[in-house]
Design a protein around this ligand. Structure first.
Ligand SMILES: Cc1ncc(COP(=O)(O)O)c(C=O)c1O
Length: 382
């Protein structure tokens, strides 16, 4: 959708892109300066495959400070983005036929990486009524003797849903009954939560899962560093070693310069995070309110990330200005782009229809304009 939107923009069309999964804020200056200083010091050579000791130490300190989790540097793995950490973990552990439980809607990469590893993705549905949060009984039903991992993502891409301590504990209780199931928690949006929401992560809520949890996180989203490509994970040493072995024969170390920038991100001032969150929260409230005023759209208020995942069920079966009937959420996104120049991502891409994802990590005036166009589009459907 981003590519389509860019192509139309190139043709001179007035397009508003709401499909990108990255903050519109720039990387903070102190982080940029740390990278420049690293270059000047000559930190431009190969490093240890899965991260420099200084970064592993900063990550271990972050886990202690923010999540109350004790990890030694040897339990920490640094990769080229959170995606590589996830990729390494799944490729290192999933055997042919192994099942990986993935709550849907999900971030698009999870099932594809599982497939690449020879495993079987097992999507488990959530509902709009449950605000897209997995129910413990649904999780229990999805687990079989072949289940290797549960992939857990809170706050979620694409829904923004985040689990409270109580909600998460109900899921970790289920996992206590299934000691063969490991937990891969993707905490990438940890810092992007609103309305005093308290973020929690599985190993913190249930310490008995510590020995079978990989806690994954990164600097991409909260520190506005998507292009720097630094993500990390922490877990049992044997798993971390296997992941490093895989990385040593693929990409080797993440960029030495980006690693030093990440040290500054984690150890330096954190005050810009609440400043950004204030803006994100205002945008979330604006988008949710305006979308709920659009005919046939229903949009819950998510706890975090910078996405909303509204239902477009009310548009299905209706006729767009082009004369085409909207049969799916992909049709909805295509017709919306054609008629009003607003680019969103259709829900089928995330495994749950009929919905679409909007990223509100874009200028407030543009969001307002985009929501007005969506209202007009929905109002014009026949
Ligand atoms: C849920 C989730 N996990 C992981 C990632 C990957 O992060 P990175 O850019 O650090 O690889 C993303 C990026 O969009 C994401 O949305």
């Amino acid at each position: 959708m981003s590519n389509k939107a860019m192509a139309l923009k190139g043709e001179g069309r007035d397009i508003i892109g709401l499909s990108a999964g990255e903050p519109d804020f720039d990387t903070p200056d102190n982080i940029k300066e740390a990278a420049i200083a690293a270059i000047r010091r000559g930190e431009t050579k190969y490093t240890a495959v899965d991260g420099i000791p200084e970064l592993k130490k900063a990550i271990a300190a972050k886990f202690k400070r923010e999540n109350g989790l004790d990890y030694k540097p040897a339990q920490v793995s640094v990769g080229t983005g959170g995606k590589q950490v996830l990729f390494n973990a799944l490729l290192a552990t999933v055997n042919p036929g192994d099942e990986v439980v993935i709550p849907s809607p999900y971030w698009v990469s999870y099932p594809d990486i599982v497939l690449l590893a020879g495993g079987k993705p097992v999507p488990v549905e959530t509902t709009l009524e449950d605000k897209f949060k997995l129910k413990p009984e649904v999780l229990a039903r999805a687990i079989t003797p072949r289940t290797k991992w549960l992939i857990f993502n809170s706050p979620s891409n694409p829904t923004g849903a985040a689990y409270t301590g109580v909600e998460l504990k109900m899921l970790t209780d289920v996992l206590l009954d299934h000691p063969h199931v490991w937990v891969l928690t993707d905490d990438m949006y940890e810092h992007l939560v609103y309305d005093e929401f308290q973020f929690v992560t599985p190993a913190q809520v249930e310490p008995r899962l510590y020995e079978r949890t990989l806690t994954m996180n990164g600097v991409s989203k909260a520190y506005c560093m998507t292009g720097w490509r630094i993500g990390y994970g922490a877990g049992p040493e044997a798993l971390i070693k296997a992941m490093a072995k895989l990385q040593s024969q693929s990409t080797s170390n993440p960029s030495s310069i980006a690693q030093w920038a990440a040290v500054e991100a984690l150890n330096g001032p954190q005050d810009f995070i609440p400043r950004h969150n204030k803006v994100f929260k205002e945008r979330r409230d604006l988008v949710v309110s305006m979308l709920n005023q659009a005919k046939g759209i229903s949009c819950p208020t998510p706890e975090g990330a910078f996405y909303v995942y509204p239902s477009c069920a009310g548009s299905i079966g209706r006729k767009a200005p082009s004369g085409n009937v909207i049969g799916t959420d992909e049709d909805f996104a295509t017709e919306l782009l054609a008629a009003e120049g607003v680019a969103v991502v259709h829900g089928a891409a995330f495994g749950m229809s009929p919905f679409f994802r909007i990223s509100y990590a874009t200028a407030t005036e543009l969001l307002e304009d985009a929501c007005r166009r969506i209202q007009r589009f929905c109002g014009n459907l026949r």
